[in-house]
Design a protein around this ligand. Structure first.
Ligand code: BTN
Length: 244
């Protein structure tokens, strides 16, 4: 596939930029946007994503799928696997996934992924923006409301280069997305599950109304929680998990 690469010093959000630019990218072109900083970086659940200048990777891809919005829960997990595998190829050990798609290292968040629907291009063809924030040289966590990590903190012996990471993450994501479009979620279940940080751990879902033990994902990517007798299934997009 041909990539239409957009490299910016500053932008509100690389996800928003993809939405604005998509029309200019030719048919068959995949717009990919990278910025040195974001002034209004977006996180999941309406949160902000701290995006200080020059320290981290802020990358978005404009993807087009034949299918419906229903496939997007799976896509979200597929992207987590793709980023985790890219990081492992770059020599990062023990990369963990927190359902649905946060990337964790040693109990702290390293990378977050935001999948947004842009709309239906035509009947049966959906446009999606996949945004990836990856902490590389993050120095100051001011405004970050959870425990975070960076590649420079976790693997200090390596000189981390954002353009190498951008290339590696982009190619891993595009490969994974092709596989998902052709073969569905099946091949990703084990690859996701092997990295689950919650399997066997006590956890609470959502606003605390559901507590139990993590049991990993089913073959559609729903998360399973054992609560005494019952196995409860939670859908991506509905709920967030945290340690009990
Ligand atoms: C999360 O809440 O974990 C998702 C964070 C996603 C952040 C990335 S940074 C690049 C892209 N542009 C945005 O505005 N958000 C995503």
């Amino acid at each position: 596939s041909v990539i239409d690469l957009i490299v910016l010093d500053e932008v509100d959000s690389t996800n928003a930029e993809i939405v604005r630019r998509r029309r200019e990218s030719g048919i068959g072109c995949i717009p990919v946007c990278i910025a040195d900083c974001q002034t209004a970086g977006r996180g999941r659940r309406g949160r902000q994503w701290q995006s200080p200048w020059g320290q981290n990777l802020y990358l978005s891809l404009g993807l087009t799928f034949r299918g419906s919005f229903a496939m997007l829960d799976g896509l979200s997990l597929v992207l987590g696997v793709a980023v985790a595998e890219a990081l492992e190829q770059q020599g990062v050990p023990d990369v963990g996934l927190k359902w649905p798609n946060d990337i964790f290292l040693g109990g702290s968040k390293l990378s977050g992924i935001l999948v947004e629907l842009q709309g239906e291009l035509e009947e049966g063809v959906v446009q999606v923006v996949a945004g990836i924030g990856l902490n590389v040289h993050m120095k100051d966590g001011a405004g970050v409301d959870q425990s975070w990590s960076s590649l420079a903190m976790a693997v200090p012996e390596r000189r981390w280069c954002r353009s190498d990471l951008a290339a590696s993450v982009t190619s891993s994501v595009l490969d994974a997305v092709d596989e998902f479009a052709e073969q569905g979620f099946g091949g990703f279940r084990a690859r996701w599950q092997n990295r689950d940080i919650f399997t066997g751990k006590p956890l609470v879902a959502s606003q605390g109304e559901l507590a139990g033990t993590g049991r990993g994902i089913d073959d559609s990517g729903n998360y399973l929680i054992a609560t005494g007798e019952e196995l409860v299934k939670v859908r991506a997009g509905e709920i967030s998990l945290r340690v009990q």
